[in-house]
Design a protein around this ligand. Structure first.
Ligand code: C2E
Ligand code: CA
Ligand code: CA
Length: 405
């Protein structure tokens, strides 16, 4: 594992904190040993992989012990912000019990309470998993501040004529010394640590800027009469966090794109977390012209009620339904039913994960509006998308190559 930029090195004999100090940080030991001690109590020694100083973060009271390095150490500081985000997600009863137990431990044995071999802040995760996640979060934060993430774009085409209609923006992260990290993995860590807000804003800025360039290009190469759209994924946290929707609207305005050409993709479960709040946020977004797509439709918690409750625009049929097409009947009837339902509700339909010509043909016959998938193109960096958009006679012969326009 790489040593994250946020770790700090300490010489032997350094006081990390003193009894009575206000506590803003806990520490995970990457290497070296630390002594945790208080007046009148036996000292405890903690080593690599262990956490100390977490008490003050959890209950907000002054340090009950001091900590000093016994040898040269590398420590990973854990901020109150990270701990409180995890605490907020824990069950309220567990939070209460944790505080009670820690309170008693403090009274009984202050030095022991400031050093523990278990990380109590994230129930359900082993200490090693917590360390891996914290290190990943540190690297991700650094990647965001150094503009070291990438955005790829996957084309979406109209059916039945396979013309370019828009793109989905997908975040990419190549982690130093580790390599490509699958998006669901780092998006999950970003959601848990609150980094999803700056990450989501970064994605939106880049996606809107790219849309302007790609629209210009589209008009030039294909004499396109319809403007392209850009789809951007949105996490629950972005929809629900106070003030975040306004920040997203400010970004859209500052980039100067037509909000009608932006789609925000939200999964069904996001809407169901807090339907009233979601409805308010979505209505605010829709009032500016931004469109909302339901992502991965059919995989979540399908309460069909919400389909007419929220002002939605599109429905994306999950690739698990597209994969068996055309198949021997059942799969076909399911997709046909989803498409009819969407049409009855006035929603535009997009099929995801189209990998085979037969699937594309079948979806066109079922009157699906748009298709997206590896058959048409994989997600690509903007430079390669520009190349992909440039008409090339040789490529056009490859059926069913999407023809820009
Ligand atoms: P998603 O929103 O469902 O995105 C579509 C995923 O399907 C992408 O995976 C894409 O590469 C993949 N895909 C597209 N066509 C095909 C196909 O024909 N076959 C197969 N097997 N896969 C196909 P990716 O890029 O790995 O992203 C995975 C997930 O990570 C996304 O699923 C989305 O939930 C999340 N994600 C990616 N970028 C962002 C982002 O900027 N913000 C948020 N909140 N989530 C993101
Ligand atoms: Ca999506
Ligand atoms: Ca999807």
């Amino acid at each position: 594992m790489s040593i994250p930029a946020d770790t700090k090195s300490y010489d032997a004999g350094t006081m990390i904190f003193r009894q009575g100090d206000a506590g803003d940080l806990a520490y995970m030991i990457n290497s070296g040993r630390v002594e945790v001690f208080s007046y009148g109590n036996a000292a405890r020694v903690v080593g690599p992989g262990e956490v100390f100083g977490e008490m003050a973060l959890i209950d907000g009271r002054p340090r009950t012990a001091s900590a000093r390095t016994l040898e040269a150490c590398v420590l990973l500081p854990i901020s109150r912000d990270v701990v409180s985000k995890r605490m907020q997600k824990a069950d309220p009863l567990i939070r209460l019990l944790l505080k009670q137990v820690l309170g008693r431990l403090r009274d009984l044995h202050p030095a022991a309470a400031e050093s523990t071999t278990e990380t109590r802040s994230a129930p359900g995760l082993t200490q090693q998993q917590v360390a891996v996640e914290l290190n990943m979060a540190t690297d991700l934060r650094s990647a965001l501040s150094h503009d070291a993430l990438d955005l790829h774009f996957q084309p979406i085409v109209t059916l039945p004529n396979n013309r370019l209609a828009g793109f989905e923006a997908l975040a990419r992260w190549k982690r130093p010394d580790v390599g490509f990290v699958p998006p669901p993995h780092f998006i999950g860590v970003a959601e848990e640590t609150g980094l999803i807000m700056p990450l989501g804003r970064w994605v939106l800025v880049r996606a809107c800027q790219a849309l302007k360039r790609l629209q210009r290009r589209h008009r030039r190469v294909a004499d396109g009469d319809t403007a392209l759209f850009m789809s951007v994924n949105m996490s629950a946290h972005q929809l629900y966090a106070e003030g975040e929707v306004q920040q997203l609207l400010d970004i859209v305005e500052s980039t100067g794109i037509n909000p009608k050409r932006l789609k925000l993709e939200i999964t069904e479960s996001v809407l169901m977390d807090d339907p009233s709040l979601a409805e308010r946020a979505i209505t605010t977004l829709r009032e500016t012209g931004i469109r909302i797509a339901i992502d991965d439709f059919g995989t979540g918690y399908s309460s069909l009620n919400y389909l007419h409750r929220f002002p939605l625009d599109s429905l994306k049929v999950d690739r698990s339904f597209v994969a068996p097409l055309p198949g021997d009947g059942a799969g076909l009837r399911i997709v046909s039913a989803i498409l009819s339902l969407a049409r009855a509700l006035g929603l535009v339909t997009i099929a995801e994960g189209v990998e085979e010509v037969e699937q594309l043909t079948c979806l066109a016959k079922l009157n699906c509006d748009y298709a997206q998938g590896f058959l048409i193109s994989r997600p690509l960096p903007e430079t390669e998308i520009v190349e992909w958009m440039t008409p090339q006679p040789a490529r056009r012969r490859l059926p069913p190559r999407a023809v820009p326009g």
